[in-house]
Design a protein around this ligand. Structure first.
Ligand code: ADP
Length: 305
């Protein structure tokens, strides 16, 4: 186990930002840490990387307790914090050299390592510029380069693609994929396509609590199936809930509903018969593909604190 979080709780005054959170990340895995804004992702990541103490619970990174040995864990962990704080007046190579020093790299190897990171992160043409002059996409590359400078086994990336334009987003995702090859990665996002593009597994957090921890395929399969149905005449979600194998009916607009149906059942013939019997005009009937969006909204809408 590369990262092991157990019963983690963080209280900010009266507010429980993280509530009894437990999950783990195996060596070599890329795990997406998913949740709406304010769910507790950054707080959890700050605790994992030793930048914030928990109120309760334990975190181990590569078998070592973050609470007992924060410095040792920091040496094994690369962290790209949310909003990527950088020294804007420093030159790229100067900053990376500075960070290499902070992580205790011997001065004899620093230059070589900075050169390697500049090349790996696509910063060759930018290395002699001040960080403040760089676009957001290149700043993210500098953030990743500093997270990797001490060749950590574990990478913790907090919303690494937030605020990037579509081209930068693709490039940073590609870079994350490249640099993750021999690392364990936990990264947070609320962009669902990102999870699909990068992850082996997802841990979903909502209002401080874990609401799912599974492989993406299992999450999608386990979500049951959904139908969208629309009638031209008045009908309520309550009426539709009476139908066999309908687990839930959600009104989308006027007489248009999304139905959650028992896994493996096809109730379309039943719905047609129902419309005929009740003298309703059926104007739409569509089986919905289970998307990560629908799974995510179910997981984060139903869980109450
Ligand atoms: P996320 O990263 O999922 O958006 P955060 O971990 O940043 O969530 O925040 C979780 C909750 O804790 C939010 O309600 C946020 O307002 C609150 N919070 C975060 N940091 C602090 C802090 N330093 N003081 C008080 N409340 C905080």
């Amino acid at each position: 186990m590369s990262i092991k979080v157990f019963n983690l709780t963080k209280q900010y005054g009266q507010q429980k930002a993280v509530d009894q959170v437990s999950f783990s990340v195996n060596e070599g895995e890329i795990v997406g840490f998913l949740g709406p804004n304010g769910a507790g992702k950054s707080t959890t990541m700050k605790i994992i990387t030793g930048f914030l103490p928990p109120t309760e619970g334990t975190v181990e990174v590569e078998g070592e307790s973050v609470i007992d040995n924060p410095m040792s864990v920091k040496r094994k962990t690369g962290y790209l914090p949310e909003h990527n704080p950088l020294y804007l007046d420093m030159y790229v190579h100067e900053y990376l050299n500075f960070m290499a020093g902070i992580y205790g790299l011997a001065s004899s190897v620093r230059k070589e390592r900075v050169f390697e990171m500049v090349r790996l992160c696509g910063l060759t043409d930018e290395q002699n510029k001040r960080i403040g002059m760089l676009s957001k996409g290149f700043r993210q590359r500098v953030g990743l380069a500093q997270a990797l400078i001490h060749n950590p086994k574990v990478l913790v990336l907090d919303e690494p693609t937030s605020g990037l334009d579509p081209n930068q987003l693709i490039e940073i995702r590609r870079l994350i994929k490249t640099v993750s090859k021999d690392k364990t990665v936990l990264f947070s996002t609320h962009i669902l396509q990102e999870v699909e593009a990068l992850c082996d597994r997802v841990v979903v957090i909502n209002k401080g609590r874990i609401v799912a921890d599974d492989r993406l395929g299992n999450l999608l399969q386990g979500a049951g199936n959904h139908l969208v149905v629309e009638f031209a005449n008045e009908i309520s979600a309550q009426d539709l809930m009476q139908l066999e194998d309908v687990e839930h009916a959600r009104q989308l607009e006027n007489f248009r509903f999304q139905l959650k149906v028992v896994k493996g059942k096809d109730i379309r013939p039943l719905l047609v018969r129902f419309a005929v019997e009740k003298n309703l005009s059926l104007i739409e009937l569509k089986q919905e593909e289970n998307s990560l969006e629908s799974v995510f909204s179910q997981l984060t809408a139903t869980e109450k604190k």
